[in-house]
Design a protein around this ligand. Sequence first.
Ligand code: SDX
Length: 392
Amino acid sequence: QADVFTFDPGFTSTGSCESAITFIDGDKGELLYRGYPIDQLAEKSHYLEVCYLLLYGELPTVAQMEDFEGRVTKHTMLHEQMKNFYSGFRRDAHPMAVVCGVVGAMSAFYHDSTDINDPWQREVATIRLIAKLPTIVAWAFKYANGQPMVYPRNDLSYAENFLHMCFAVPAETYEVSPILSKAMDRIFTLHADHEQNASTSTVRLAGSSGANPFACIAAGVACLWGPAHGGANQACLEMLREIGSVDKVGEAVARAKDKNDPFRLMGFGHRVYKNFDPRAKVMKESCDEVLGLLGIEDNETLKVAKELERIALEDEYFIEKKLYPNVDFYSGIILEAMGFPTSMFTPIFALSRTVGWISQWKEMVEESSRIGRPRQLYTGPTARDYTDVAAR
Ligand code: SDX
């Protein structure tokens, strides 16, 4: 059957490709962004510097970072008319539906950066997406809450700006907590890119047709939403809440192993990692740090998560299937402690991943002009003649 799959330089039929951006060793549990280990970047770098690294391949000098940060800061506002899109949604719409719609609508407002053949327009679109996603996501949160949208501020860092737009209200001053902005920035970094996952492959395939970058990123947002992918962070926290207490964890693990039960441990397992997801390790350490600093060590959800991890990692089913916590297992606990509802977890994942999507899109557009065209293994009926309804 090997001859059924034809190799396509842009895309093989399995949807794989060549890339120099992110490396994963699933057996070792290793993740490198342009060669730098994720745990070092999470500890020593910050999200906008990681954006620069993913986009341009090297860590920036001071001057390069100042220029990049200045360009992003200058593009954080949205066209005022884009506010109208929010009022077209029901207040109880899932924020991912809103973000997907508004990102797609960027094609209609920033058409001066949609020509993918013009390097300058590609660069402007890239900066606009990285700069505006926090505003789009924060405004989706405000819209769901019935609160007025808060404009971005140029005197705040990327993470501080996002938190300020989410939690400030015009009636009073909101001071962004350094603890929360450091935790937020680290969550952005841990989710920035992850090789050819489903949503990144979606962005690449959409981009290979020549579609504009905003439409391609909207396609990535749509794919990420699924509970098997980025939607798992919301599903995981809801699962931990449903388990409710440490004494109920054993029952949940038994259900997860029961083939007749559709219940799965959300935040567990991964197509590539057959060892601990290195992002989950950093996230778990951040949980202890952030909850401790916020004075909520006695967090039942965190206790349930740790007990679930302990039991699962000792269980032969999980050991045999090499199932470990993934990036979504602990992230929701931190986000909830920061004040976000579960519905905001995946939009925050989408915001963080935008730089990975657009970096991969840019790499593909600059290297290949062929449309991706995955093939199939046909299992349907062989050719046959039409029969009139009377003869059926
Ligand atoms: C992300 O690709 C990426 O890089 C994605 C991501 C990124 O950064 O972009 O890392 C982000 O999407 C992380 C994954 C988030 N999803 C979840 O946490 C949902 C729960 N996990 C599972 O649905 C599953 O593990 C997947 C979807 C993550 C992986 O699916 P696979 O590789 O197709 O694994 P599988 O479904 O074939 O499972 C292999 C076996 C199966 O048993 P058998 O059919 O061999 O008997 O392991 C079992 C599964 O039943 N299994 C689980 C399980 N995950 C897999 N059993 C119980 N609980 C689980 N969570």
